[in-house]
Design a protein around this ligand. Structure first.
Ligand SMILES: Nc1ncnc2c1ncn2[C@@H]1O[C@H](COP(=O)(O)OP(=O)(O)OP(=O)(O)O)[C@@H](O)[C@H]1O
Ligand SMILES: Nc1nc2c(ncn2[C@@H]2O[C@H](COP(=O)(O)O)[C@@H](O)[C@H]2O)c(=O)[nH]1
Length: 195
């Protein structure tokens, strides 16, 4: 039976970078589980790669058809943004392993939907000061930096990813993203050991 390797971590911990580098590791034979979001697309993002970027109307259609596996909404500085996983035929665990990105909350819901052993956590950790520096650097590189939203995320993450929540999600292993290449190597070894 296939598995979903599910990358989690606070904002700017490196989830997207790590996801792309793992996608490039052909020997892992991972397919991607692409989530949906109603947030606007950012510079450098691609529809269908980072997310499927959809309208609130499209989200409602998924809801009406009973195709939403999990969803989470955040009151951001720019309004409500919803992220969701849809049962849209992307995942076939009898055929492949998958790579996804999400939160502790969505991880627990996916485990409930696909089975306790089908979803393997890949929790990324970075020292908070370093993470904030990386977040600021990334934001500065955007055409329209969204500093207020960056700060909201930083603060929200402190409670959303509290030690208590990490423990109750059953996360035992953490991957330190100090040096990106080393971190990816450790994750590759972990994935291989689980396949
Ligand atoms: N080990 C590293 N050393 C230095 N910079 C890094 C490292 N890992 C990632 N980065 C950079 O840190 C920034 C944040 O990484 P990334 O966008 O992948 O984080 P994320 O966890 O996906 O964030 P978010 O949840 O906010 O989307 C990016 O500019 C990325 O290139
Ligand atoms: N725990 C929280 N997670 C949040 C919040 N706002 C967004 N998110 C999650 O982060 C990732 C990445 O989002 P992105 O917009 O940078 O791609 C995604 O899985 C969201 O669910 C928050 O306030 N708290």
């Amino acid at each position: 039976m296939g598995k979903i390797f599910y990358i989690m971590g606070k904002s700017a911990s490196g989830k997207d970078r790590i996801y792309s580098l793992l996608e490039d590791q052909r020997e892992l034979k991972l397919k991607t589980l692409v989530l949906y979001t109603t947030r606007p697309i950012r510079d450098g993002e691609e529809n269908g790669k980072n997310y499927y970027f959809v309208s609130d109307e499209k989200l409602n259609e998924f809801r009406k058809n009973g195709n939403v596996i999990e969803e989470r909404s955040y009151h951001t500085v720019y309004g409500i943004w919803t992220y969701f996983t849809a049962d849209d035929g992307q995942v076939n665990l009898t055929e492949s392993d998958y790579l996804g990105i999400g939160t502790l909350e969505s991880f627990m819901k996916l485990k409930k939907y696909y089975g306790e052993n089908a979803v393997c956590p890949v929790y990324i950790q970075v020292e908070d000061g370093e993470r904030l520096s990386r977040a600021l650097k990334r934001e500065k590189e955007q055409e329209n930096p969204k500093y207020e939203e960056m700060c909201r995320r930083f603060i929200a993450d402190q409670s959303d990813f509290s030690e208590e929540n990490i423990q109750s999600a059953g996360i035992e292993k953490r991957f330190q993203n100090k040096d990106l290449d080393n971190c990816v190597k450790e994750i590759v070894n972990y994935i291989k050991s689980m396949q």
